[in-house]
Design a protein around this ligand. Sequence first.
Ligand code: ADP
Length: 429
Amino acid sequence: MYNEKVEKMPLEELRALQNARLSSLVQRVYRDVPFYKKQFDQLGLHPNDIQTVADLHKIPFTRKTDLRDHYPYGLFAKPMEEVRRIHASSGTTGKPTVVGYTQDDLDVFDEVVARSLACAGAQPGMKLHNAYGYGLFTGGLGMHGGATKLGMAVIPVSGGMTERQLTILQDFKPEVICCTPSYAQTLSEELVKRDIDPKELAVKHAVLGAEPWTEAIRAQVERGLQVTATNIYGLSEIIGPGVSQEDFEEKGTGSYIWEDHFYPEVVHKDTGAPLPYGEEGVLVFTTLTKQAFPLLRYWTNDICSINYDSNAKRTHIKMSSIKGRSDDMLIIRGVNLFPTQVEEVIHTLGFLSANYRLVVSREGTMDAVTVEVETVSGTNPEDDQLRQKLQRSIKNTIGLSMTVALKAPNSIPRSQGGKLNRVQDLRKL
Ligand code: ADP
């Protein structure tokens, strides 16, 4: 265990710590973030009205649209001179969601990832094969910092180039790997294709996240790579990976939420009413200690339940695996995608109608997206130049490769009410 004192903190003590952190957080955001000051003032709410986590329900939710409306830095609580890193993830349209970290925030990020890695079975002195993407996404650098803090040697492989990943696994002998579950499946299938015995590798633990996965995928990866595979969950808005982590000896019982930093609630997806432990709803977080980019009651859109586990090694609450989303966000190869992002690119090419749909499938273990879009009359659906142009624009603007198929007007199937279903997700998890 990386931080036994905190991870095993008696619940009463943990609650007192959360309450103290919450009330200071609310004072700070009221003073430093005009968006929250305005929201509180309009409701006649004063920061002193929020003393404990039981008062949280008085505060409205913060949503992704609020982040978009204050793009890029409008919700930051610290001047840029105190910000040490900026990350971004997909927004609902062309503009990304931007998040910032002070040095203190980066220290917390390292701490929660170090806890998570230890919880997954990693130990100081081991080597981490980090196959999460480096760059604007929080995955690569987030795992990197936490592993360094735990005392591991990081191999910053980043995503893609499977051939090279296999060589590194064989020759560098990392004991721990982190990547998306679907990429772990790809790696295990490649081992079979190349007749490499997983026992030749040193890898013992796989830390998998950034997209939903199942027990069936776990079984396949554990068998294929000869590892224990555990879940890591997170989102950029809250910090990145390491918001919660499953213990390698408590598999299938949920992932610990590091609730001394991230206070969780599960609420009803339509009414927003807080739900009792064990009931499924939308996961909402308050970032108790964040400095540069604090959020009150952030609506993640992720559906799950939370509950305490009295048989567990740690006292912190656990969340179930993610059962779905309450919005239309898709996760493609670990990257968030909103249909509206594609819509915006289509819109800029005037020869195409607003009628489109995304057909998502899984080719082997990797996600594939086909964008079907109807042409307007007078435009030829066989026009391959136009098709390629859209395909390129999507890749350049959104950063994900998709196949484009142009269709004749009115040829995409409509539902009985004449409505076009924007997404056809054929992946069967
Ligand atoms: P990341 O780089 O970790 O994917 P993003 O902020 O881009 O971070 O995306 C966060 C979203 O990814 C979450 O809100 C959730 O929908 C999904 N996600 C992340 N980790 C998991 C996981 N372990 N299981 C299911 N979904 C996950």
